[in-house]
Design a protein around this ligand. Structure first.
Ligand code: G3P
Ligand code: MG
Length: 248
């Protein structure tokens, strides 16, 4: 059984720092968060990095597809400026907020005492290899806790094959009719789903089945309180600053 912290900082530090960055992890830790979520994708040379989109434009100064660029190429881009001018690095290379590798993010989690939800986010056509690579890294380097999730069942099953003992959560937007079968197929011990689509009846069904569930993305404490009232184990938020450390 997974012991969920109550608050999970979404994409590392939520909206308070560049998403999926080491700066975000530091913000989360400073605010008292105990858990973070981030998205992991492979570069062209097969290195797992933290990034949400399949393309570089929205979150970095780069362009093109993540899966077509090597780590060295991606590292030249700034992932700070697109978030906010306070993180921009127009003048000096040493100010650049780089896209972190998965290994760097996990080292930061260890150092900061953060429990990671590792969301495997494969680029199209790279489902299995992304799941395998993440799981292999965990098997060789990580003796801590955490939970894997993925919208890609292929990725999740690939990770399961490589690292059967690591906890997994089924990740969905809408709760599917066959959620119990999907949980079983994956050997998942929890479920992550979109708060905006969840009905009280669905929450009750999950609670009756004894499945811990966490809802994304919840950016005000009143909505969080409503979800805890429905039985949520945790909520993912872009605004962890709106909760007190004692509530996390
Ligand atoms: O893993 C929960 C949440 O992050 C899923 O949505 O698009 O923000 O990765 P997304
Ligand atoms: Mg995510």
């Amino acid at each position: 059984m997974i012991a969920y912290p109550r608050i999970i900082a979404h994409r590392c530090g939520g909206a308070l720092a560049p998403e999926n960055s080491l700066a975000g992890l530091a913000v989360a830790a400073r605010l008292g968060c105990r858990a973070v979520e981030f998205d992991v994708m492979l570069t062209a040379d097969g290195v797992p990095i933290l990034i949400h989109d399949e393309t570089l434009e929205r979150t970095t100064t780069g362009a093109g597809r993540v899966a077509d660029r090597t780590l060295a190429e991606i590292r030249r881009f700034d992932a700070g400026g697109p978030h906010h001018v306070a993180f921009a690095a127009p003048h000096a290379e040493h100010f650049i907020t780089p896209v972190p590798t998965f290994a760097e993010a996990m080292a930061a989690c260890r150092r900061l005492g953060l429990w990671p939800n590792i969301e495997i986010k494969p680029a199209a056509g790279h489902d299995e290899i992304t799941g395998e690579t993440v799981a292999r890294w965990l098997g060789e380097n990580w003796n801590g806790t955490g939970v894997i999730s993925s919208f890609s069942e292929k990725s999740a099953l690939a990770a399961r094959r490589v690292l059967p003992q690591f906890p997994q959560a089924l990740l969905v937007e809408h709760l599917p009719g066959d959620w119990q079968a999907q949980l079983e197929r994956l050997g998942a011990v929890a479920l992550h789903l979109a708060a905006k689509h969840l009905t009280p009846q669905q929450a009750a069904a999950l609670n009756d089945a004894g499945v811990p569930w966490a809802a994304y993305t919840v950016n005000d404490p009143a909505s969080g309180a409503r979800l805890y009232g429905l039985g949520a184990a945790a909520v993912f938020t872009d605004r962890p600053d709106l909760w007190l450390p004692a509530e996390m």
